[in-house]
Design a protein around this ligand. Structure first.
Ligand SMILES: Nc1ncnc2c1ncn2[C@@H]1O[C@H](COP(=O)(O)OP(=O)(O)O)[C@@H](O)[C@H]1O
Ligand SMILES: [Mg+2]
Length: 268
């Protein structure tokens, strides 16, 4: 019999706790009086790539930022509901937020290397953690740059400023900076929308390689990209998750009219 896909996808609604990296239950979020996320319930599978798609302003970045509490930095943000990251309630009072952000790394649209050399960029977080043994640091920097598929391009110029790198290299440098802290989850918010198509492909390939070592959640407004790289896709509309399933099903057989209208480009 002809097999459509190489492997069977788990039904996301049936994920066990063991298979779940992030479990979101009854999440509501308000900025001031404005409610931006409405009763979000979903499980993000471990060691897979999950994409959030939807119109600009629907709440993709806000939802992503809840996973490492980056929204704490926005003034007047109220969150209710529960987010478990590997079973840990990250909105509990006892949560150590800087540790959380090391284990749940984040990369933004615009590459944001620090104004320092390549080596110092990658070792920045490790130094903050107090790791100073030079040999150890050298090894960690090399490994992170290799994991980010950047080592060969920069190994001869580690002590030159990060600003000499191209946009795509800078984005991989920022990924290396996150990877140096051995995150279990990597959040990517439109990581390629400032990059050209070739560089975008390099980053997409990198994501495929990285999912062996961490869970990846990516926000993208590019549906072709979501269909290409992600195992699972959630479609958001006005702060709600309209549909969430394995990407093959969502893009070929959407169950909701709103999803179909969006992916066929009827609005957006
Ligand atoms: N820090 C903030 N303060 C107030 N409103 C915000 C803030 N961040 C986002 N919003 C609002 O929340 C809504 C969702 O934004 P966002 O999550 O950035 O959408 P998306 O990433 O899907 O484009 C938008 O209406 C936006 O204006
Ligand atoms: Mg956004």
């Amino acid at each position: 019999m002809l097999k459509l896909f190489d492997y069977e996808k788990t039904d996301v609604s049936q994920l066990t706790d063991e298979q779940t990296a992030i479990k979101v239950s009854g999440l509501n979020l308000k900025f001031g009086k404005k409610q931006v996320l409405h009763n979000i319930n979903l499980r993000i599978p471990k060691n897979q790539i999950t994409a959030f798609i939807g119109q600009s302003g629907c709440g993709k970045s806000t939802l992503l930022s809840c996973f490492n509490r980056m929204n704490d930095l926005a003034g007047d943000c109220k969150v209710s509901g529960k987010i478990l990251v590997h079973g840990r309630n990250v909105y509990s009072k006892r949560e150590n937020v800087s540790k959380l952000r090391a284990s749940v790394g984040m990369v933004f649209q615009k590459p944001n290397p620090f104004p320092m050399n390549i080596y110092d960029n990658v070792s920045y977080g490790l130094k903050l953690q107090g790791r100073v043994v030079r040999r150890e640091m050298d090894d960690a920097v090399e490994q992170a740059l290799k994991d980010a598929a950047l080592w060969d391009e920069v190994k001869e110029r580690l002590f030159e400023p990060a600003s000499i790198l191209s946009g795509g290299q800078q984005q991989r440098l920022v990924i290396a900076r996150a990877l140096a802290l051995k995150p279990s989850i990597l959040l990517l918010d439109e990581p390629t929308s400032a990059l050209d198509p070739l560089t975008t492909l390099i980053i997409e390939e990198l994501m495929g390689a990285l999912k062996k070592r961490c869970t990846i959640v990516i926000v993208t407004h590019n549906m072709q990209q979501a269909a290409r790289v992600s195992d699972y896709t959630a479609f958001l509309h006005q702060g709600e998750v309209v549909e969430y399933s394995d990407s093959d099903s969502l893009f070929t057989l959407p169950q909701k009219k709103q999803t179909e209208d969006y992916i066929t480009g009827r609005y957006g």
